[in-house]
Ligand binder design. Structure first.
Ligand code: G3D
Ligand code: MG
Length: 179
């Protein structure tokens, strides 16, 4: 689906909950989106610009924007924020060095006016790798408990097998019901 069409659709169908999938490059964003779509692992290529897909979970429609995470693209994230209800932040749990950058990006997003009402789901991805940090470690590093002005949730997952992704989506559907 083209970007223009997707925008048009989200404009006219207020049933759709807009979701943006963010995170540094190589975190696993595209793999997660395709897992949502077809429950199978597909070959992914670095996202250039954005992909948009509709995901339906228990009659709840999510319009998910997979936004590129490379250095140069990060400054464009804010152009996607309008009407966003959920931010899915994907973390490569093995990438200790860049967790500081992820933290900076997270708090920049939370401070953004257009994301005032957004709920945040953090996926601690790549749990299959033996050197990965646990969700608890990542939560502590990102000081998630200090976030009082946005609903948030952290979920350990493995995008390759799909493990944990369902629980993340479940939390999101519960949040839309609570709204
Ligand atoms: P991005 O869209 O955030 O940039 P991708 O990330 O979805 O393109 O994934 C980047 C690489 O990480 C891919 O490997 C992908 O297969 C791998 N990956 C994603 N999720 C997991 C996971 O849970 N576990 C492991 N072990 N690998 C994962 P390639 O080799 O294709 O670059
Ligand atoms: Mg990608």
């Amino acid at each position: 689906m083209g970007m223009f069409l997707a925008k048009l659709m989200s404009f006219f169908c207020n049933q759709e909950h807009k979701v943006i999938i963010v995170g540094l490059d190589n975190a696993g964003k595209t793999t997660i989106l395709y897992q949502f779509l077809m429950n199978e692992v597909v070959h992914t290529s670095p996202t250039i610009g954005s992909n948009v897909e509709e995901i339906v979970v228990k009659n709840t429609h999510f319009l998910m924007w997979d936004i590129g995470g490379q250095d140069m693209l990060r400054s464009t994230w804010s152009t996607y924020y309008t009407n966003t209800e959920f931010v899915i932040l994907v973390v490569d749990s093995t990438d200790r060095e860049r967790l500081t950058i992820t933290k900076e990006e997270l708090y920049k997003m939370l401070a953004h006016e257009d994301l005032r009402k957004a709920a945040v789901l953090v996926f601690a991805n790549k749990q299959d790798m033996k050197n990965s940090m646990s969700a608890a470690e990542i939560s502590k590093f990102l000081t998630l408990t200090s976030i009082k002005d946005h609903p948030w949730h952290i979920q350990a997952c493995c995008a390759l097998t799909g493990e944990g992704l369902g629980q993340g989506l479940e939390w999101m559907t519960l949040k839309t019901a609570a709204k």
